[in-house]
Write a protein that binds this ligand. Structure first.
Ligand code: ZN
Length: 346
């Protein structure tokens, strides 16, 4: 057997346990294509299968053009599409609890877990958090880059995000999420809001998809101090594949692994997971004028040529092996750390 064979076998063995990605815009993808039906088998499943995906955090997200008035309707529409597609497809299981995730994994199904990116669909109504919980929401991040009734997002620049933390509604929402058992996700929130949620909560917090400011210094990403805060509460940070470097030439798979090593170096291997945010398929659907506007407001993502969709996960596993990660560490990064925090979802 050649060493290439043995690496490929090791990759296959590790992948067989399933890969967990905690941030994917599947609901928005379904919403943008809502004139079509049953599109997961054609548009998504081949990549999920090719990349041995075991679980995806699928995020409700409402585009600017629907706010403020239609945020709730659009979020509900996204849930309806997700329910319809997952019911029609025996390879998928829309899960509401850790035991349902375990059952899906036992049956070799792809588990989908509903998350929310920005609480705009709640408006100012605290009790809508319960309704979304009843609909299966289990992970909630308060903001995208925008400011809303609960908090403000971190901007795509090294400084200049709103200085305030949570609003009084935001503080009430933190308490309600803890009461309901919604896992709090600190992706995107501005530094003041991040710190405030850490100070108000007990139990693990996650950052579903982000990068280290050490390599890409914008307030949308997280500092070493913020990484330590997540480590201190036993949480997990999902490494994002689209903000790996501000420089296109440095946006490489090796730099992606550098982010993993950076987080692991600060808080240990138990604190790092995957949150790829593969959104090139959305970017391709945006008209050029709107795209220029978005890139000016946010940032131009540098998609990695060998890690830009779910079918590419074996490239990452192979790279992690080349970089010297043990099988135990690989299992933690690729799935086990997320499973540890998701165990709290009932
Ligand atoms: Zn995001």
């Amino acid at each position: 057997m050649t060493s290439a064979d043995s690496i490929n076998e090791r990759v296959a063995r590790i992948q067989a346990g399933g890969i967990i990605d905690m941030h994917y815009d599947l609901p928005l993808g379904l919403f943008l294509q809502r004139s079509r039906r049953n599109i997961i088998p054609t548009d998504f499943l081949p990549q999920f299968e090719g990349g041995d995906i075991g679980l995806l955090g699928v995020a409700l997200y409402v585009e600017d053009e629907y706010l403020p008035n239609d945020g709730l309707r659009v979020a509900l529409d996204q849930i309806a599409l997700l329910q319809e597609e997952s019911k029609a497809n025996s390879r998928l299981a829309l899960c509401r609890s850790f035991s349902e995730i375990e059952e899906a994994r036992r049956n070799r199904k792809i588990a989908l877990l509903l998350t929310m990116e920005g609480v705009e669909p709640l408006g100012h109504d605290l009790h809508l958090a319960r309704i979304f919980y009843e609909l299966g929401l289990r992970v909630i991040s308060f903001t995208h880059a925008r400011e809303n009734a609960a908090a403000a997002g971190g901007i795509f620049a090294p400084s200049g995000s709103p200085a305030h933390g949570l609003t009084s509604f935001g503080r009430e929402l933190v308490a309600e999420c803890q009461r309901l058992g919604l896992l709090l996700d600190l992706a995107h929130i501005n530094p003041a809001g991040f710190e405030e949620i850490c100070s108000l909560t007990t139990g693990p917090l996650i950052v579903s998809h982000t990068n280290a400011r050490y390599y890409y210094d914008i307030e949308r990403n997280i500092s070493d101090e913020q990484i330590r805060m997540i480590g201190a509460c036993g949480g997990v940070i999902g490494i994002n594949a689209i903000l790996v470097s501000p420089r296109k030439e440095d946006a490489t798979l090796d730099r992606y692994v550098d982010h993993i090593e950076h987080v692991a170096g600060l808080i240990g291997i138990d604190g790092v997971g995957l949150g790829f945010d593969f959104c090139q398929f959305l970017w391709r659907q945006i008209p050029p004028a709107r795209l220029a506007e978005l890139e000016a407001k946010l940032a131009r993502p540098h998609f990695l040529s060998d890690l830009s969709h779910h079918g590419h996960t074996r490239n990452l596993t192979r790279k992690l092996i080349e970089r010297g990660f043990s099988n135990g560490d690989l299992g933690k990064i690729l799935r086990d750390n997320w499973l540890r925090v998701l165990r709290r979802i009932s």
